[in-house]
Every structure is written in C-alpha cells, then in structure tokens.
Design a protein around this ligand. Sequence first.
Ligand SMILES: Cc1cc2nc3c(=O)[nH]c(=O)nc-3n(C[C@H](O)[C@H](O)[C@H](O)COP(=O)(O)OP(=O)(O)OC[C@H]3O[C@@H](n4cnc5c(N)ncnc54)[C@H](O)[C@@H]3O)c2cc1C
Length: 542
Amino acid sequence: MNDRKRKRIVILGGGFAGVYTAMQLEKAARRRDDLEIILINKDNYFVFQPMLAEVVSGSVGMLDTVSPIRRMLPRTDLYVREVEAIDTVNQTITTTPGFKPQANVIPYDHLVLALGNVTDFRGLRGLPEHAIPFKNLSDALFIRNHVIHVLEEAAIEHAHPELRRQLLTFVVAGGGFSGAEVVAELNDFVRRVIGNYPQLDPSEVRVVLLHALDRILPELDVKLALYAQKIMAQRGIEIRLNTKLTAATGDEAILDDGTRLATKTLISTVPSSPHPLIDTLDLPKERGRLLVEPTLRVRGTQNIWALGDCALVPLPDGKFSPPTAQFAIRQGKTAADNIVAAIRGGEPKSFRFTEQGKLAALGHRSAVAQVFGINISGALAWFMWRTIYLLKLPGWGRRLKVAASWTFDLFLPPELVQLRLTNSTGVAHEHFEPGQEVFRQGDLGDRIYIIAQGKAEVVRHERGRELRLAQLGPGEYFGEMALLNQTTRNATVRCVTPLDVLSIHKREFSVLAANLPAMRESFEQVMTQRRQTTEARLALTA
Ligand SMILES: Cc1cc2nc3c(=O)[nH]c(=O)nc-3n(C[C@H](O)[C@H](O)[C@H](O)COP(=O)(O)OP(=O)(O)OC[C@H]3O[C@@H](n4cnc5c(N)ncnc54)[C@H](O)[C@@H]3O)c2cc1C
C-alpha cells in the first residue's frame, strides 16, 4: 500500500471494460479529488471491435473504428505499455520498459483486471506461424493488405493455374460473430473488386468458412443462424459445418477430416482462450476466467476487481454474462461505482443487466438481429445494425466520419490501395507438414532455414532418379548454398516429420554474412563439406 492521500486505482486493459470503468471513475473524481486513475494498455487507442470487419472491406476508414484513449479519458493517466507481471501480494504492476531499458513498477490500492481474452494458436500445428488472428486493428489492416496482395499476385500468375487458384482461395475458421462478420466482409470485398482484375476469372474465387458446430452463429436463435447461412451461401461462401481446422502450413489449411485446402490466406478467430497473464494469477478461476462476486470484486479479495471477457460475471438468474461489449460496458460502470463505494464508504451494488439484442452483419446490406426477443433479418436488420453501432461509437467526430464513409461506400467502388506496412519479411517462423517441400531443386534461393523441431531430407534429382543426400534435424540449417553462391537451389528439401523452422530472408542473411566474417566462414566450410559429400555420392551412383 502506498502512502499517497489519493487512492490509486490501476486499470489493466483499455478495451470496453477498462475504458468504461475509467470513464465512470472520472465522473466520481470530478466530485471529490480523492482518486488517482491509471490505465495501462498496449495501444494508445480504444478499438470499437464490432466494426472491425468493415476495415477489411474498406467500408469504413482505417482509423474510423479506433479512438485515442487520451481524448476519451482526460483525467486518467494513460500508460501505453504492455503489462508484464501482476504482483497481488506486493500490490504492484510491472510493465515493459520504454526508451530506457528499465522495468516500470506501478503500485496500486485497487486493481481492475480488464485484459480481455486472446486467440491462442498454441498446440495447433502451424497455426501460430501461418494463421492470421482477427482481434484488433492491426489484424484487420494486415488482412486487408494481404488480400489485396494475393489478388495482385494472382492477376500476374499465368504460368501456374494451381497457384493462382490457391491465391484466390480464402479460408476463415470460426463461425461465431467475429468469424461470420469477417468472412462476409472479405467475400463482399473480393467479389466487388475482382472486376478491376480483368485477367482473373471470378469463378476461381473461393471463400470458405469452417465451423466446428452444426450451425454458425450459435449465440443467435436457430432460425436467424440458418437465415445467415443461406444468405452467405447465396453470396458464394462455402460453409463447412462440423469441421475443425487442425493444422496449417504456408500453403494449406488442414481440416480434421483430412481435407487439405490449398490457400495463402487463412484467418482464424478460434480458439478463444483466457489471457496468459490471468493464467499466472493465484486467484479463483473457472475455465481460465476470473470468478467474481456479483459486485465484480474477485472472490476472496478486498481490492481486486475483474470484468469483461477475462471474468466470469454472475447474473441474478444464476447464469453468467456472455463475453460481449454490451456487458463489458455495463460492468465497467458497476465496477467503478463499487470501487468508489469501497473507498469512500457505501453499499456496493450487484451487477444486473438484461441483454437488449444481438446483431451480426452479413455484408452486402444484410444482417440478422434479435432485438427485445424479436427476430429481424435482411436489409432492415442491416439498417438497424448500422444505426445502433453508429450511435454506440464513442465521439460525434468519429460518428460523422463513419456515416460519411458508409454513405460514400454506397456509391463509390471500394478502395483498392495496398499499403506495405513493413519492408521486410526478415526473420519468420514457418511450419511444414510431412511430405511437403520447403523448396525445390531449380527454385530461386530466397531464404536460409534453421530447424527448430522435426526432420527434413535433402534430395537431388539427377538423370530421372532421386538421390537422398542427407537427413537434417534440430539445430541444423539448409538453404545456404543458393544464397552464398547466388544460384538456384541445387537440391530439394522435403519434410520427413512435421517441421518447424526459423527462416531468414536473403537480405538479412547477406547483412549478417557481410558483417560477421566468422559466421560467413563457418557457413562456407559447411557448404564445402556438403558439396564434397554430394559429389562423392553422385560419383558412386553414376
Ligand atoms: C472482431 C470482433 C467483433 C465483435 N463484435 C461484437 C459485437 O458486434 N457485439 C458485441 O457485443 N461484442 C462484440 N465483440 C466482443 C467484444 O468486443 C468483447 O466482448 C469486448 O471487447 C470485451 O471487452 P474487454 O474490455 O473485456 O476486452 P478487450 O476489448 O479485448 O480489451 C482488452 C484490452 O486489454 C489490452 N491488453 C491485453 N493484454 C495486455 C497487456 N499485456 N498489456 C497491456 N494491455 C493489454 C488489449 O490491448 C485491449 O485493449 C466482438 C469481438 C471481436 C474480436
């Protein structure tokens, strides 16, 4: 506990739950100067997630779904940092260092845990390396740019029709709200802009939605979900129900029934998992979410509060709050009032809220909605979706911008500019499946690979025969010859077992080799040895 006069409330997370808690606390701080409010968030902006899918299609501008937290919370101290550790014994929070490489430790009197949840690909072969999550603004921007990039590539891919079809196949895993909305927007976008690529045949476009259950949008009434499925199918989305994504490579999505979908675009909104920092806490949890009292205080604690997607919040009817923005906003208000009551003295209130409705946009001016128990679908639901979310968007300036974007979008073709967000593909983790070729003899040498896990074999095709040159395992590398000699690949590398590698682009490799003579020499020695072994083998088999 610190000895300051004002009580310090530290909020972790600047999403719906954290920001709305701070907003309500600011109201209380205006009346009496006894509260110090600190909010720690990775980014300096708040993301209005319900509209994120529209960033993918460009129906709204890139920055229209985000608001600077500083403007929303003028009386709160914002720390744009990543939370690294939470110490509930010494009542401190440690964040990542800034420009100075020193840990930043912030003590608290009251702690609000509002870190949300994460899309966690751990344990799923190849997903951490190759699946794109869809959770925040950077994901939406990445997807948009990637989709434009593959369209540009497909348009000039005349020599390999299989590769062109792979480039034109888009796979989304997870048919909940976020998966359904992103697949609908992506499908709309691709089919609207395909006319700008006269080289491409629209019938080659394939958009696939994978869902583990027997219908999408399980949060909605069955009739609405089936309507949504019908609309999506009519728009050309292929929905695969009772199907799970089990693995991925840079070339394929691998499904639990053994199907392999050749694609260069795999988006996955599942599985949704508890936040890893919440996992580390010695506090009561169920299925990874923090157990709280109806007042939102974490069970068995005095000054720790939890809400939003990272908490399991009980409702008066014995059920738990669903992980949605509507609930997180209301929980924020209750948590703030109860923290103030705990500091100033007063009766805490129990959280109660009756859901007003559920809405999901299906793209192309249609949506499904369940409002006050009534099911609505089609254009009316779409109009309601837009009106309700426009009014919920924080700030009039932002609302005006979105309204303008939507109006222009009705008349103008979608924006098709690809922004290169990074100049280099530098160092990347990649996953390959057994039998898959990492590269082929005769390919251009663009990367060197270091094996982290798994085995690969090196084979040479010589006069119609395949000769096995070596088997490589963890800690070994391959692909150096083409880079050092600036030639094409002189052998094929094929996976024997699932293979995880660290691959380094030739640009970065050349800089390392030029500046680290010892490293270059060691690579050259290995290369010479390998060349001699290969020549000896070839001589034997000649
Ligand atoms: C694409 C999408 C569409 C959605 N559509 C709807 C919808 O239409 N209607 C609806 O009601 N709900 C919708 N939801 C769900 C809704 O957005 C969530 O329920 C809501 O955001 C939960 O709020 P939260 O504050 O608990 O978590 P979040 O909003 O996820 O906020 C958590 C915050 O914590 C920050 N954070 C996480 N880890 C750290 C760290 N280590 N250090 C610092 N900061 C950190 C994150 O950056 C984030 O700002 C949607 C969700 C998604 C992903």
